[in-house]
Design a protein around this ligand. Structure first.
Ligand code: SF4
Length: 339
């Protein structure tokens, strides 16, 4: 379909923001959420086509390099030591183990390898091992991403010098809801690390979680906060809460799947050049809802059988879904620029 004609026919809502430097208000994002579903998806798809190949999806593999025993109290997370879940406290993996996993992910088609550690922040001696991992994974020709918690001054620069491409640090939810979910740190602590990551010249991967019992206004607040970052993140993971027994959020009323699709669409419209990642919660989503998420502008997925400690659709199932939808993996150089 001709992109120009598609844009000309797209609904007018929020046009005033598209080429403007003005900030997104929470009310403006709520207006997007409130559009008729078809209008919202049409708008998001039109903007998606302005900036990306609409049929290409970036594939990342996420490996938990240090699982469990985390001192933080994130209400959704089975890795917090204080919650009684079946996640055990494991030691930091060896460089060799991580390289073997990265090689395997590359063989299955992943172009980016994300390494996650359940820490409040890395100790210097642990960071040094992660730096060796980053160098080795880079040596395989893959993009690298790390999520290690809050960084102390100088640590982001060390990761950058090792060749790290992206640092993931989610703001989780809107500021007014943050204290309901996490009490061992503030959202300002997170923003401080994000500043350091930017200053070091790393690409920012930053998103949040929905389905935690928040209101639509809170979801709109999360999207507005991400979109108003200057610049907004190159990579925006949108997670749907995976409920794990033993965590405080287990038993939360599940989010309407169409509301999740709306959230993807709002992220796409407000952050047109970001790679929007359909992240945690995909295993519980029907293929139909996943297809709607791609239509709404999601263009990255975690690929592989495990997502930190919770399940993720198997590689073969994803490959079959891609074939049915005519999707193909995105070349890494096309991914993630918002400038
Ligand atoms: S989300 Fe991260 S910081 Fe929070 S408890 Fe889990 S591992 Fe720790």
């Amino acid at each position: 379909m001709d992109v120009t004609s598609l844009n000309e026919r797209a609904p007018a809502c929020a046009d005033k923001y598209r080429n403007s430097t003005s900030k997104w208000t929470v009310a403006a994002v709520e207006e997007l959420y409130a559009l008729p579903f078809n209008d919202l998806i049409y708008r998001a798809q039109a903007i998606h086509r302005d900036h990306f190949d609409a049929n290409a999806v970036q594939l990342s593999t996420l490996l938990s390099i240090k699982t469990g025993g985390c001192p933080e109290d994130c209400g959704y997370c089975p890795q917090a030591a204080r919650y009684h879940t079946d996640v055990d406290n494991e030691a930091l993996m060896s460089v060799g183990e991580v390289v073997a996993a990265a090689r395997c992910a590359r063989e299955k088609g992943a172009t980016r390898f994300c390494m996650g550690a359940a820490w409040r922040g890395p100790k210097q001696r642990d960071l040094e091992r992660v730096i060796d991992m980053v160098k080795a994974v880079r040596g395989l020709g893959m993009e690298t991403c790390a999520t290690l918690g809050m960084l102390k001054p100088g640590q982001a620069q060390q990761l950058k010098a090792a060749g790290l491409d992206y640092y993931n640090h989610n703001i989780d939810t809107a500021p007014e809801f943050y204290g309901e979910i996490i009490r061992t740190r503030t959202q300002d602590d997170r923003l401080g690390t994000l500043d350091q990551v930017r200053e070091a010249g790393l690409h920012v991967c930053c998103g949040g979680i929905v389905g935690m019992g928040e209101s639509r206004r809170t979801r709109a607040g999360l999207i507005a906060q991400l979109a108003n970052m200057d610049p907004y993140p190159e990579s925006v993971p949108i997670n749907n809460l995976v409920q794990v027994e033993g965590t405080p959020l287990h038993g939360t009323e599940p989010l309407d799947p169409f509301e999740f699709v709306r959230t993807i669409a709002c992220a796409r419209i407000t952050m047109p050049r970001a790679v929007v990642r359909l992240s945690a919660g995909r295993q519980d989503m029907s293929e139909g809802i996943q297809a709607l998420c791609f239509l709404a502008g999601a263009n990255s997925i975690f690929y592989g059988e495990k997502l930190l400690t919770t399940g993720n659709p198997e590689v073969e199932k994803d490959a079959a879904l891609f074939a049915r939808l005519g999707l193909r993996p995105m070349e890494s150089e096309n991914a993630g620029s918002n400038r």
